[in-house]
Design a protein around this ligand. Structure first.
Ligand SMILES: C[S@@+](CC[C@H](N)C(=O)[O-])C[C@H]1O[C@@H](n2cnc3c(N)ncnc32)[C@H](O)[C@@H]1O
Length: 298
C-alpha cells in the first residue's frame, strides 16, 4: 500500500492537544518570513508567500506600520537567521532529491510552508511534519482559514521531542527507515534539554546511510549564565513559556554527531551565510554571529 493510502492524517484528540498552547515562537518565525517579503529588498532569500496567509488578517498592516522596529540590527539579524535557515535546507533538499532521497522530515515544523508551496520536483517526496499536537492543530486550522490545501504527500506526526520515541513516530507516519531521508530541525534545538538534543542526534545518526540532518544551534554567550536579564530576548522567551535551554560550541556538536554515527559534519558560520546569501544585498540583513547551521550526513 502506498504512502498516501497507508498513512492518513487524523487530528489528535482535543484533550491531549489542550494540555499546552500552540507555539508562539512558531508564529513569530512565520511573521519574520512574511516581513522579509514585505520590507526587505527583492529578490527574497526565501520566497514564502504563504507565511502571511497563515497570520492574522491585520498582520501585513502591522508589519508595514512597525517597519522601523523591524529594521534595527537585532531585528535584521533575527529575520536573516529565520529566512536563511529555511532557504539553506530547501537548497539542500534540491541536492538530496537529485541524489535519490525521497523522504523529508521537518522536526519542530511550526508554520513551515515548504509542503504547501512545494515545487513539481518535490511531488515524489514523502514529507513528514513533526511538532507538538497543539501546534499542529493550530497550523491546520490556519491552513483551512487561508484556503491552503494539505498536499497528499504530507503526513503530520504529533510528538514531543523531549519525551517521545521519535523514530517510532516517524515510522508510524510513513518513514521508511531502510531508505535515506533528509531531516530538518530549524529553530528548535535551543528549546530542547541537553538530553533530548543528544537523543535526537543519536536517532538521526542511526538512519539509513546517505541520510542528511540539517539543524541550527546557538553558541553560548554571556546571557547563558544564570537567569536571563530582564527585558532580554531570552527573558521574553521564558515569559511566553518557551525558554531557551541549550547552547553549544560547534566542537561539542561535531563530537556528539560523530559519536552518533554521522560520517561528515559541516558548519555554516555567519561569514559563510554572508558570502552565500547576503552578497549584493542592500537591505541591511545581517547574519547573526552566534547562530550556526549544521549539516551532517550519515
Ligand atoms: C521557533 S519555532 C520554529 C518553527 C520552524 N522550524 C521554523 O523554522 O519556523 C520552534 C518549533 O519547535 C517546536 N518544538 C519545541 N520544542 C518541541 C518539542 N519538545 N517537541 C516538539 N516540538 C517542539 C515548537 O512547537 C515550534 O513549532
Amino acid at each position: 500500500m502506498g504512502f498516501e493510502r497507508a498513512h492518513r492524517n487524523v487530528e489528535p484528540p482535543r484533550d491531549i492537544v489542550l494540555e499546552r498552547a500552540a507555539s508562539a515562537t512558531a508564529l513569530g518565525a512565520a511573521r519574520l518570513r512574511a516581513a522579509h517579503l514585505l520590507i526587505d529588498d527583492p529578490p527574497p532569500i526565501l520566497d514564502d508567500a504563504l507565511a502571511l496567509r497563515l497570520l492574522d488578517p491585520k498582520a501585513a498592516r502591522a508589519i508595514q506600520e512597525h517597519a522601523d522596529r523591524l529594521r534595527t540590527p537585532v531585528s535584521r539579524a533575527l529575520r536573516c537567521d529565520v529566512v536563511v535557515r529555511s532557504r539553506y535546507v530547501e537548497d539542500r533538499l534540491v541536492e538530496a532529491v537529485r541524489r535519490g532521497i525521497r523522504q523529508y522530515a521537518i522536526l519542530g515544523a511550526g508554520l513551515d510552508t515548504f509542503a504547501y508551496r512545494q515545487p513539481g520536483w518535490a511531488g515524489d517526496l514523502r514529507i513528514i511534519e513533526v511538532d507538538h499536537a497543539a501546534s499542529q492543530l493550530d497550523k491546520r486550522a490556519r491552513l483551512r482559514r487561508a484556503g491552503i490545501e494539505e498536499p497528499p504527500n504530507l503526513r503530520y506526526a504529533a510528538a514531543d521531542l523531549e519525551a517521545d520515541d521519535l523514530r517510532r513516530q516517524l515510522e508510524a507516519a510513513g518513514l521508511d527507515a531502510t531508505q535515506p531521508a533528509l531531516l530538518a530541525c530549524l529553530g528548535v534545538l535551543i528549546y530542547l534539554s541537553d538530553s533530548a538534543a543528544k537523543r535526537l542526534f543519536d536517532m538521526a545518526g542511526r538512519l539509513a546511510a546517505g541520510s542528511e540532518f540539517v539543524f541550527n544551534f546557538s553558541r553560548p554567550d554571556a546571557s547563558t549564565e544564570g537567569s536571563p536579564p530582564p527585558g532580554s530576548a531570552a527573558a521574553r522567551m521564558a515569559a511566553i513559556g518557551e525558554p531557551w535551554r541549550t547552547r553549544f560550541e560547534p566542537e561539542t556538536v561535531a563530537s556528539r554527531l560523530k559519536a552518533a554515527g554521522f560520517g561528515s559534519v559541516e558548519f555554516l558560520s555567519a561569514d559563510d551565510v554572508t558570502e552565500r546569501y547576503l552578497r549584493g544585498r542592500h537591505d541591511g540583513l545581517i547574519a547573526p554571529k552566534r547562530v550556526v547551521i549544521a549539516d551532517a550526513t550519515v
